[in-house]
Design a protein around this ligand. Structure first.
Ligand code: KIV
Ligand code: ZN
Length: 403
């Protein structure tokens, strides 16, 4: 499928749920499960799906090959170390893709070079050129990642990026591999590299962010990269990934939309597929997002306190910066608990088909507060249970939707 030219303010979403996400405990998926997730990502409109690391296992190879044959809108990528056998394996797994990308990575920090790879800086630069050239001889789209970029010496990082571009890299990703950087620092790194490697702008090379959440800054760092010229973000659904996870796709997407006034960029995402994609993932792996997780957590659009519920009923903008339906959540949720007020209680009774007078509401509210003190979750049948008989008999047709 031909790729249409994207405007300069388009931010490409590179989803790595099936690679970096799947690498974390409790997240491994079978080929069939990965395919299910890949369909959800295609519906969501991500630009690139990193389907796995072909050399890592037969399962990864099979998943990448299967996905290339079933998924046609996004480009499909495989990760590869800067090694001939990895790169050739990635190319084989991707051979049936409509549009393929090989994603080559090699550490750029002295720490990784000395202790993990035991090679010199000069050897790393040679490997960068050789591996990107090889990948480029096999596919026309090559991404290069200097691993641990944020803990690398800037001059060396710049040199590595320059060599990767000369060898044919079309995307340069600068990962915060260990979640160490801060928004100002990460943004500055993008600015510097872009300034010092003129080929980036001259040749239309895409700069990419890839952030881990060890300090809880992955999304903020990704947004800082975008403000400083990154036009690709690497992220995962529900923020799953190594250790504390990767930048959460749904949070970046919602921030770019809700605060479009600050970022001024466009994406190709169907935002109303964010929640469905999150749900699909939650069913495939061993855990769901925490209830207070932004955008997709159970409580992301829930309101319990009386003041908030009253405000919500008067005008949802009082306490919501986006509508739940924007991100595919069916409706907001006024949770009834001990902090709820009369307005929410009356509203829920209306929904259930009971219109209460002022006195009836007052009376029922006391019973409700007493119940809520004893019981964590109040269900509709509990509410009906606290109504006096004469009110219960006056029931009319219920209203099904809250908003
Ligand atoms: O975190 C990281 O550095 C990575 C690279 C392989 C891109 O996942
Ligand atoms: Zn990573």
């Amino acid at each position: 499928m031909a790729e249409t030219q994207k405007p300069a303010n388009h931010v490409y979403f590179f989803d790595t749920t099936l690679r970096d996400g799947e690498q974390s405990p409790g997240c491994s998926m079978t080929t069939q499960e990965k395919l299910t997730m890949a369909h959800a990502l295609e519906d969501l409109g991500v630009d690139i799906v990193e389907a796995g690391f072909a050399m890592a296992s037969e399962g990864d190879f099979a998943a990448i090959a299967t996905i290339t044959q079933a998924i046609h809108k996004p480009r499909i990528a495989s990760l590869a170390r800067a090694k001939k056998e990895d790169i050739e394996m990635a190319a084989r797994a991707l051979q049936f893709a409509d549009r393929a990308r090989i994603h080559v990575f090699l550490a750029s920090s002295d720490l990784h070079l000395e202790y993990k790879l035991k090679i010199s800086r000069a050897e790393a630069l040679d490997l960068t050129g050789e591996s990107v050239r090889l990948a480029r001889s096999l596919v026309d789209d090559v991404e290069f990642s200097p691993e641990d970029a944020t803990r690398s010496e800037l001059n060396f990082l710049v040199e590595m990026v320059r060599i990767a571009i000369e060898a044919g890299a079309t995307t340069i990703n600068m990962p915060d591999t260990v979640g160490y950087t801060t928004p100002e620092e990460y943004g500055q790194m993008f600015r510097e590299v872009r300034k010092r490697v003129p080929a980036i702008d001259a040749q239309g090379i895409i700069l990419s962010s890839h952030c881990h959440d060890d300090l809880g800054l992955a999304v903020a760092n990704s947004l800082a990269a975008i403000q400083n010229g990154a036009r690709q973000v690497e992220c995962t659904i529900n923020g799953i990934g190594e250790r504390a996870g990767n930048a959460a796709l749904e949070e970046i997407a919602a921030a770019l939309y809700v605060r479009g006034d600050r970022y001024g960029v466009k994406t190709g995402l169907n935002l109303n597929q964010l929640y469905p994609a999150s749900q699909v993932l939650g069913q495939l792996i061993t855990f769901r997002p925490s209830p207070n997780k932004a955008i997709v957590g159970d409580n992301a659009f829930a309101h319990e306190s009386g003041i908030h519920q009253h405000g919500m009923l008067a005008n949802p903008l009082c306490y919501e910066i986006m509508t739940p339906t924007l991100v595919g959540v069916a409706h907001n949720h006024l949770v009834l608990g001990k902090h709820s007020g009369r307005a929410a209680l009356r509203n829920r009774f209306e929904q259930l088909g009971y219109t209460l007078t002022r006195d009836e509401l007052q009376h029922t509210y006391y019973r409700f507060v007493a119940l809520a003190d004893r019981k964590k979750n109040i269900y509709d049948y509990d509410l009906v249970g606290i109504l006096p008989d004469q009110i219960r008999e006056k029931r009319r047709e219920p209203v099904s939707e809250l908003d």
